[in-house]
Design a protein around this ligand. Structure first.
Ligand code: KMH
Ligand code: ZN
Length: 270
């Protein structure tokens, strides 16, 4: 089995300090959280930027500042979000790709997202994928529903997306696929055999799905974007604390943890 790639999703667009007082918001805080997560065992950091008021922003300048600060601290793979918040325009969402990061997310379909709708039309999926291809950015295909795998495969057929695909199954968002283990198995069985995949379980789904991914040969995403708790009713102290637990579980289950360079090889990042 390949070594385990752990992604730390540090901030997200939906969480705030009222529910998680340790949420990193400023570029300095995000860079420090990235460094702590890297030291704990993360090889990728998934980034959402915030403006000076703590509101989600897809500003090129803010992502640039975060990227430079993260890179000054550690060699972790920098993966900005192109999902942003549900109310960001596609043009806003695409801005961080201009930084030519090693990776960026590519959401492959529309779904309900809590009380909002997360819009990803065919036209914009193609635009996002083409831009990533032109700039040599490895997409992480975000899958919130089974049909989104088909959308990604259509992008491959139309020449917008290269194989092997790296998928992120985001499971347990209210309005989209559940975080049940049978749904994870269904998704894993539905992707091309040469793909790689990671799972981001939302809330209470994080830990069981992470364990399944370790056992099945997938990879794991944890962090405040997906889950603010360490245990039921007990807030996590940091993103790094959530990463540390995955490292311990992987060791117990006989799976070694990948360094950023090992993750680059596994994901075919040049
Ligand atoms: N915040 C969600 C609406 C991504 O980062 O690419 C979209 C999201 C996906 O988080
Ligand atoms: Zn995200």
């Amino acid at each position: 089995m390949e070594k385990l790639i752990i992604t730390a999703a540090l901030t997200g667009a939906e969480v705030n300090r009222e529910v998680q007082p340790n949420l990193p918001l400023t570029p300095d805080e995000i860079a420090e959280a990235a460094y702590e997560a890297y030291k704990a065992g993360a090889s990728i950091v998934h980034i959402h930027a915030r403006d000076e008021e703590g509101k989600p922003t897809q500003s090129y300048e803010v992502y640039k500042e975060i990227k430079e600060k993260v890179e000054a601290k550690c060699p972790v793979i920098f993966q900005p979000s192109t999902g942003g918040a549900t109310w960001h325009s596609p043009e806003e969402r695409l801005q961080p790709v201009d930084l030519q990061p090693e990776m960026a997310t590519l959401s492959c379909g529309t779904c309900n997202f809590g009380s909002d709708v997360f819009m990803n039309s065919q036209e914009y999926m193609e635009k996002f994928a083409q831009k990533m291809k032109d700039l040599g950015v490895k997409p992480e295909v975000e899958v919130f529903e089974r049909g989104m795998i088909n959308n990604a495969l259509r992008l491959v057929r139309k020449g917008f997306l290269d194989t092997p695909i790296h998928f992120d199954f985001v499971m347990g968002v209210p309005g989209a696929i559940t975080g049940e283990i049978r749904d994870l198995l269904y998704l894993v069985e539905s992707i091309p055999k040469d793909s790689t995949w990671t799972v981001a379980g939302i809330g209470r789904h994080e830990l069981p799905l992470a364990n399944m991914a370790i056992l099945l040969g997938g990879h794991v995403r944890v962090g405040f974007e997906d889950n603010i708790y360490y245990n039921k009713g007990e807030l996590a102290k940091s993103n790094a604390q959530l990463v540390e637990r995955i490292v311990r579980l992987a060791k117990e289950l006989g799976r070694e943890v990948a360094t950023p360079d090992e993750a680059r090889k596994i994901l075919n990042i040049k």
